[in-house]
Every structure is written in structure tokens, then in C-alpha cells.
Design a protein around this ligand. Structure first.
Ligand SMILES: *[C@@H]1O[C@H](CO)[C@@H](O)[C@H](O)[C@H]1NC(C)=O
Length: 230
């Protein structure tokens, strides 16, 4: 009898641990989702509201036009054409999306992160210098590490989820790449735009301390127009 109780307790405790993995909240699919009491004011259900399956049509699963180059006539010289849940509704809840990236000669996809996705990039044309930087190491004596490569047509490179990365066209011709991202809504945080171009601006006292420079440097950077390529 006593043995049975002990066995039961062991089984129960093990079962509790086994279910722990399934008891956690789902990962967010957008920057935030503030709770509302009035259902009419609701927009997201951690992603998008689902269409009635009986009303779903083939058009819900197609996006056309990624064969067309993006317009790179801007100060950064690149253009991202996204195909995420906002362009292709069938991607909702599927955890995947795509982009086309065009680069003029000297064009840059500036340092940015995708808070919700790993990115796998395939170069079709041109020569890109790409890289990503690790998050802060546990040992404060060690710097964040850069992993960078020159990429040529046919090369595939992966940017791990959340890490700051970039691509720079170092060739004399246009460059084209396609990428898959492990989220229906990867999000983009362009470092310079977020830090120096926010609305309202971050108090310059914060940035002079953070970057250890004089206030006129921060004033200059905050006065720039931070172009957004996607
Ligand atoms: C590309 O963008 C530039 C600047 O916005 C614009 O002047 C030009 O007409 C665009 N080109 C095409 C082909 O859309």
C-alpha cells in the first residue's frame, strides 16, 4: 500500500514536469498586444483573426511580383520587398515569411535585427559583404563578436534570431538576394532609426552617456532623416 502511494506520487510529480513545457504562454507575434475590454476595439489575436476555412480560396496563399526589382533610388541604395502575413494572409500562424532585397552598387541593408525571426539569405546576383554581431558575452572582458563573410551568387548565409546584422553591396553591379524568415511577422528594428530617429526623440542626455560623445554629435545624428528601406 505504502509502495503504491510513493509510486503514484512519483508518477504525479513526473507528469507535472512533463506538462510544464506545454503550460507556457505562446511567443508574441507582434511588438505588443494591449488587452482591451471592448471586443470591437480588438485587432490582433496574437497574429491575425482567422478566416472561416469554408471561405478560404487559393488566392489567400499566393503573392505575385517578387520577380520585380525593388526601387533602390534612396540614400541607402537598397530596398526590401517583404512577403509576410501583411502581404500574404495565408501565412497567418505558419511561422514563416520571405523577402526580396535589391542593392544598388554601394547599397546597404543597414544594421538591424528581426526580434522574432532567424533569417536565411540566398544571393542570386552580385557580391555582398554580410555579417552579424553576437549579444553581450557573459564575460565583460570579451567583446561582442562579429561573424562576417563576402557572399557571391549561390551562397547562403544565416542570421540567428534577434542578432544585429547587415548586408553591403561591395560589387560594381546591382545585387539581389532572397531570404526566408522564421516568423509570419519577423519585425525589423533598424538600429540607427530606432536610436537616433525615434518620435519623440530619446533625451540626448541618455544618448551622450550611452555613446560617450559630446552633445553636438547626438544633436547632429538626431537631426538626420533616417531613411527606412522596408
Ligand atoms: C524610384 O524612387 C524614386 C525616389 O522616390 C522615384 O523618383 C522614382 O520614380 C522611382 N522609380 C520607379 C521606377 O518607380
Amino acid at each position: 500500500m505504502k509502495m503504491t502511494l510513493v509510486s503514484l506520487t512519483v508518477v504525479f510529480v513526473l507528469a507535472s514536469f512533463a506538462t510544464l513545457g506545454y503550460a507556457s504562454d505562446p511567443s508574441p507575434l507582434q511588438d505588443f498586444c494591449v488587452a482591451v475590454k471592448d471586443a470591437d476595439a480588438a485587432v490582433f489575436v496574437n497574429g491575425k483573426i482567422c478566416k472561416n476555412p469554408e471561405l478560404v480560396v487559393a488566392e489567400d496563399f499566393i503573392y505575385r511580383g517578387l520577380n520585380k526589382p525593388g526601387n533602390t533610388s534612396n540614400p541607402i541604395g537598397s530596398r526590401v520587398t517583404p512577403v509576410n502575413v501583411n502581404q500574404l494572409p495565408g501565412l497567418n500562424t505558419l511561422g514563416i515569411s520571405a523577402v526580396r532585397i535589391d542593392y544598388a552598387p554601394n547599397g546597404l541593408n543597414p544594421p538591424h535585427t528581426h526580434p522574432r525571426a532567424t533569417e536565411i539569405l540566398v544571393v542570386l546576383e552580385g557580391t555582398l559583404y554580410v555579417g552579424f554581431v553576437t549579444s553581450n558575452p557573459a564575460n565583460p572582458a570579451i567583446k561582442n563578436k562579429l561573424f562576417a563573410k563576402y557572399l557571391y551568387p549561390g551562397d547562403v548565409f544565416v542570421f540567428p534570431e534577434g542578432l544585429i546584422h547587415f548586408q553591403f553591396n561591395v560589387g560594381k553591379t546591382n545585387a539581389v538576394a532572397f531570404a526566408g524568415l522564421s516568423s509570419q511577422n519577423p519585425g525589423v528594428i533598424t538600429v540607427a532609426n530606432a536610436v537616433f530617429g525615434s518620435d519623440p526623440p530619446i533625451n540626448p542626455a541618455v544618448l551622450t552617456k550611452a555613446f560617450q560623445v559630446e552633445k553636438n554629435v547626438i544633436d547632429y545624428l538626431q537631426a538626420q532623416f533616417w531613411w527606412n528601406i522596408d
